[in-house]
Write a new protein. Structure first.
Length: 485
């Protein structure tokens, strides 16, 4: 049995601790905040409850597998709903489209709504599924940085299909070859934002992402997204994992090229292994400041960040769903503003999540809790107070045009999250939501590995390292790390 320290209680850190405890190791998690979950947390404002961060739930088996690994029935601890509709899309010309769940339903409804052939949609979704099935075992479920993992039939099969993966052209150009309707292209371009990238730069291999929603389905955890965090924390505790909240780690101790523990409040805590669930940039710059720095990795372009308004509404909007998108009229300009100008576009795409649609207790009777987000650049010293004020008006006017209602009349509570706060609360460099962007065709190989190459007994998990950001990939990273023990 080894003594293992995990730095940070994000979803990857929690999942990794569960897997290692199940193997018989003694695990302690040190968390700077007074609560677990990292970005996957919640809060209340008056009678309204909000999930603070991630709002889309796919691949629930990655959560339930953790309970089964520990010999427990997940239904006794974590339950969720299967959604009959994926998202409702809105455009400024008054058109809207409510996407149903299920590939067959999607094909028929998109063909009818956008007057395109069913064959084109079916071919796109089938190719998306094929790309996912080819790449997932290679790029998502194992380390890309162990040569032994390349010596198998699954990896060989993936590389033999390189031409169809779309490594050498952009997601947008790929989508334009499939569809002539600009709204359909925009709908599929949107999936680049799932890893904080631009569809005009990220490679077409990202066209596998729609399969997660359209092929595998979308879900909602009963109790809200924070139920994922809460149920896994309790599972970890039942496995003997100890959480230490309000404990800021200031250093990872290295002796003779080996990680031997951490420093917390001037106290040195020894361990056999150290796992950092902190952003990889901050881990090196703050906790490993005296060690050699992987500058090429750390200096990569960061992913997008977000500006989020949490609005308590005193009325309900039956025309909206759990997930809603209000598209920009100038999509390419929006991404140019984010990644090139490091600013916000005058007509941003707006995402509105309303968990009260599935969990009525999240808002008082007759009301709703709105999570309203736009993609932004990270914090580069912009005048965020001014940008926030402008964005509030732009967002409200955009939704007003789509719904025909002055939504500002119904807002009774407000909280705001912006890149500066995201960095402060989660230690994500510049407030990036997904670590580095995937605007580079080699991005998957340029992410930091799940282990330190020059320091023994030091490992990394979470959205800023391989295989990437988002709940499913963070859970994959936890499994990859645990399999290294």
């Amino acid at each position: 049995m080894a003594e293992i320290v995990v730095i940070g209680s994000g979803i990857a850190g929690i999942a990794c601790s569960i897997r290692l405890a199940a193997k018989g190791h003694k695990v302690n998690i040190y968390e700077a905040n007074q609560y677990p979950g990292g970005k996957l947390t919640s809060f209340k404002n008056g009678e309204y409850r909000f999930d603070a961060g991630p709002s889309l739930f796919t691949m629930p088996q990655l959560v339930t597998d953790l309970f089964e690994l520990c010999g427990e029935n997940p239904n006794n601890h974590f339950t969720f709903q299967t959604k009959e509709h994926i998202c409702k899309y809105h455009w400024d010309d008054g058109m809207s489209y409510r996407m149903p769940a299920g590939k067959k339903n999607i094909i028929q409804s998109m063909a009818n709504t956008f007057q395109i052939s069913e064959k084109s949609i079916e071919k796109y979704l089938n190719t998306s599924e094929k790309k996912y099935n080819l790449t997932s075992p290679v790029f998502l479920e194992q380390s890309l940085h162990k040569w032994a993992n390349y010596l198998n039939l699954k990896t060989l099969k993936a590389f033999l299909h390189t031409p169809i993966l779309g490594v050498f052209n952009s997601l947008h150009s790929y989508n334009k070859k499939y569809f002539k309707d600009e709204k359909v292209v925009q709908l599929f371009d949107r999936f680049a934002t799932y890893n904080g990238s631009s569809p005009y730069r990220t490679p077409a291999i990202m066209s596998m992402i729609p399969h997660l929603e359209m092929g595998l389905g979308t879900f909602f955890p009963n109790g809200g997204m924070v139920a994922i965090t809460n149920s896994l924390v309790k599972l970890a505790e039942r496995q003997g994992v100890h959480f230490h909240f309000g404990n800021l780690v200031s250093k990872i101790t290295i002796n003779n090229g080996k990680a031997t523990g951490i420093v917390v409040d001037d106290r040195e805590i020894t361990s056999d292994y150290v796992i950092s669930n902190m952003d990889i940039f901050t881990t090196y710059r703050k906790l490993l400041a005296q060690e050699s720095q992987p500058e090429k990795i750390l200096n990569q372009e960061r992913s997008s960040s977000a500006l989020i308004f949490y609005w308590g509404m005193n009325t309900s909007f039956p025309e909206l769903d759990l997930h809603n998108i209000f598209f920009s009229n100038s999509y390419q300009e929006e991404f140019e503003a984010i990644f090139n100008q490091k600013s916000l576009h005058k007509d941003p795409t707006v995402y509105v999540n309303i968990s009260a649609k599935c969990n009525p207790a999240d808002a008082p009777n007759g009301g709703e809790n709105w999570f309203v987000m736009i993609n932004t650049p990270g914090d580069f010293g912009q005048d965020w107070d001014n940008l926030i004020a402008k964005s509030r008006n732009i967002i409200q006017n955009k939704i007003k045009r789509a719904l025909g209602k002055n939504i500002s009349d119904f807002i009774v509570t407000e909280d705001i999250l912006h890149p500066r706060l995201i960095e402060k609360r989660t230690k994500s460099h510049r407030g990036a939501l997904y670590g580095t962007s995937s605007n580079n065709r080699y991005a998957a190989f340029l992410r930091h590995p799940n282990f330190a190459k020059k320091i023994k007994n030091l490992y990394f998990c979470g959205g800023s390292v391989h295989p990437g950001g988002g709940i499913p990939l963070c859970l994959h990273s936890a499994k990859i790390v645990s399999n290294l023990f």
